[in-house]
Design a protein around this ligand. Structure first.
Ligand code: C2E
Ligand code: MG
Ligand code: MG
Length: 647
């Protein structure tokens, strides 16, 4: 229930403010103090210079000034100047964060400074009053102190009433007409001016207070939004990073933890989006309860982070125990945790979280592991990954990406009928990299299309230069990643290159790996159709490597089935391999697809596959992937004879 508001208490400022608002106002006061101090210091320096000018230059004979008399007559300037300097220096140190921001000390400095301002205002104005002039200096000082600084309204009221009464009393007891030596009092006109001034000053001070208070409240709201996760209401990463730095300074042992809710996608699909959100809110609360004395946050989606001390194990257990209590979901839901203990505790918290996240990612589909610490082994993988991601653009730009070609033989004549383009990264710093070291990383980071485009262009260039030299060419098969179909339009890319380099379309084959396929992927199905329409052959790569069901064969129209090398792994040892291979080849033939078997390493395998009716063979038995020049030389030297049946 909303608390009833007490307007009167609010008007006079008797309500409690949050720590944020108090600090906001304190900072604003120190800042105002600096402006005031600059004026005071400037004014007092001017007064001292004016004094010296008057008595040393303008009227040098009027008075004889000694060091003693100089200080005697300028004493008040020096005091005022000193206090102004204290305020100025303290304010600058405070705002620049070079000293601890203590409320007590800053209040003392501000109150001391204000007191001196008012006191000198009174002194100066008393002198003016005695000369029968207005008391502007004191009134200005009162405005200066009451309206530039933020006082609670009841304090402004008390302050202005007190100093007004004090000044009236002061005049009554101290003011003496300088000419006649008689005691003086405020005349009624002056008195009315004077009272009007103090009423106005009080109203202005209170109204300024409320305006500034409103700004502070709005600023607090924005600040809270900027450090809070919108959905769960727990801190966000911005806040986490700040808290983590403070935590690391005060704790001997620190471990960054990254939580990934396992199976959350399925939970969301089954239970609906809203229920999924409720679950995240519940999990956020669980993290907050479990790590209440530590920094914690929601990073994004179903990812949360925390920074714990040496008792992190028990906290992880508590979190895992608590997850079943968040909802009555009956399916499997758990949390995978990655941990990173920085050796250097001043390390950027966001980088530490990244490492913990990476560790959590390595146990993603392992049902038996729930916690993985980021260790030296993972560090190597992490660094390699970072190297790939940070250098791929440079590698493409500088030509470190090379294409190797592996021969494909027709089994009926054992002659060359094509080749497969396989990418290599030959880096001047780290040396030779196989696709296994960077293709999965580029896929995961959705950058694989950059690499593939580059590979296709190199292949087209190589083919063009061979044609230009009047040499024969063989068809080249190109590997396409599933993500190429999401990240670019692969047909357009290939068409552009084919036109640019003027390559016959039937000399380029499209290889799509089995893991890319799902029956309901209509986009991919239509791409296969478009490739066919344009005149490219489309091959299914790595068939049997264990990803999809046979069902996909009826939904996609492939020209050729590339049988994965797993079937030849224990060739000769297991009779079953032969039976399976023979049946795959027969099945492909029956649905109208050619066949190619990968990983052919021995003469026995060649003989068997020929006899089983496999159309093409690829493997180390015929040749490893090699640079294009080597490939051409082998053709030139007759080591590879080109088959008459290329297409
Ligand atoms: P893949 O398309 O199935 O390519 C065949 C892989 O088997 C090649 O490995 C090749 O060197 C290897 N291989 C060929 N014959 C034999 C053999 O007799 N024995 C053994 N043990 N291995 C053999 P590589 O070049 O390391 O490529 C690995 C995978 O990387 C490729 O598998 C393909 O999925 C991917 N890849 C290669 N180049 C590209 C590319 O340009 N783009 C994309 N997206 N992926 C590529
Ligand atoms: Mg391939
Ligand atoms: Mg393959």
């Amino acid at each position: 229930m909303e608390k009833k508001r007490n307007w009167f208490a609010e008007l006079l400022g008797f309500t409690e403010d949050s720590e944020y608002i108090n600090k906001y106002q304190q900072d604003a006061n120190v800042r105002s103090g600096i402006y005031m101090a600059v004026i005071v210091v400037g004014l007092e320096v001017f007064m001292i210079i004016r004094y010296l000018y008057r008595y040393l230059i303008k009227y040098p004979d009027k008075y004889e000034i000694t060091v003693e008399s100089f200080f005697k007559y300028t004493k008040s300037y020096w005091i005022f100047l000193g206090v102004g300097l204290v305020m100025l220096i303290y304010g600058i140190l405070y705002i620049s964060g070079r000293i601890r921001r203590s409320n007590v000390i800053s209040n003392l400095v501000i109150i001391g400074f204000s007191g001196v301002c008012l006191y000198f205002g009174i002194l100066t104005s008393l002198g003016d009053f005695q000369k029968g002039k207005m008391i502007i200096c004191f009134l200005t000082m009162a405005l200066f102190v009451a309206c530039l600084l933020i006082w609670k309204p009841y304090i402004s009221l008390l302050l202005l009433t007190a100093i007004a009464s004090f000044f009236a009393e002061y005049i009554k007891t101290r003011a003496v007409n300088e000419a006649t030596g008689e005691a003086m009092e405020l005349g009624s006109g002056d008195f009315i001016n004077y009272v009007t001034f103090f009423i106005s000053a009080t109203v202005i001070a209170i109204s300024i207070y409320h305006q500034r208070h409103r700004v502070a409240v709005e600023s607090e709201k924005l600040f809270t939004l900027s450090i809070t996760d919108e959905l769960t209401g727990i801190p966000n990463m911005h806040r986490f990073a700040e808290d983590a730095e403070a935590f690391c300074r005060t704790h001997k042992e620190c471990i960054y933890l990254f939580f990934n809710i396992e199976n959350f996608k399925i939970f969301n699909d089954q239970m609906g989006f809203e229920y999924g959100n409720e679950f995240l809110v519940g999990f956020g609360r669980l993290v907050a309860d479990t790590f209440k004395d530590c920094p914690y946050a929601r990073q994004a989606d179903d990812h949360f982070v925390a920074l714990a001390g040496s008792d992190y194990r028990s906290k992880i257990d508590a979190l895992r125990d608590g997850i079943s209590r968040i909802s009555d979901y009956e399916g499997y839901i758990d949390v995978k945790v990655g941990g990173f203990m920085p050796e250097d505790k001043t390390m950027n918290p966001l980088i530490c979280v990244d490492k913990a996240r990476y560790a959590a990612g390595t146990i993603k589909n392992r049902s038996d592991e729930h916690f993985r610490l980021y260790d030296a082994k993972l560090d190597k993988v992490f660094r390699d990954r970072a190297y790939v991601l940070n250098n791929i653009d440079k590698a493409i730009r500088e030509g470190y990406i090379k294409v190797y070609y592996q021969p494909v033989m027709r089994s009926e004549d054992e002659k060359l009928c094509g080749c497969e383009a396989l990418v290599r990264w030959i880096d001047p710093d780290v040396g030779f990299l196989s696709p296994g070291a960077f293709v999965p990383i580029l896929e995961e980071s959705r950058q694989i299309h950059k690499l593939d485009k580059c590979v296709y262009e190199i292949v087209c260039k190589d083919l063009r230069s061979t044609l230009d030299r009047g040499l024969p060419i063989v068809p080249v098969s190109l590997n396409f990643s599933r993500l190429d179909f999401e990240l670019m339009n692969p047909v357009e890319v290939l068409e552009e290159l084919v036109t640019k380099y003027d390559i016959p379309r039937d000399y380029l084959h499209v290889e799509i790996t089995e893991s890319a396929l799902t029956s309901d992927d209509t986009t991919l199905q239509s791409y296969v159709d478009i490739f066919h329409e344009k005149g490219y052959a489309v091959w299914l790569d790595d068939f049997g490597s264990g990803y999809s069901s046979l069902n996909v064969l009826k939904d996609f129209k492939f020209d050729l089935l590339k049988i994965d090398m797993v079937f030849l792994r224990n060739f000769g040892e297991k009779q079953e391999s032969e039976t399976i291979l023979r049946n795959i080849i027969r099945m492909a033939e029956e649905v109208g697809m050619d066949t190619l078997c990968e990983g052919v390493e021995t003469k026995e395998a060649v003989d068997f596959l020929e006899q089983a009716g496999c159309g093409r063979l690829q493997g180390y038995f015929f040749g490893k992937p090699m640079p294009y020049d080597d490939f051409l030389s082998m053709i030139e030297r007759g080591e590879f004879e080109i088959s008459r049946k290329l297409l």
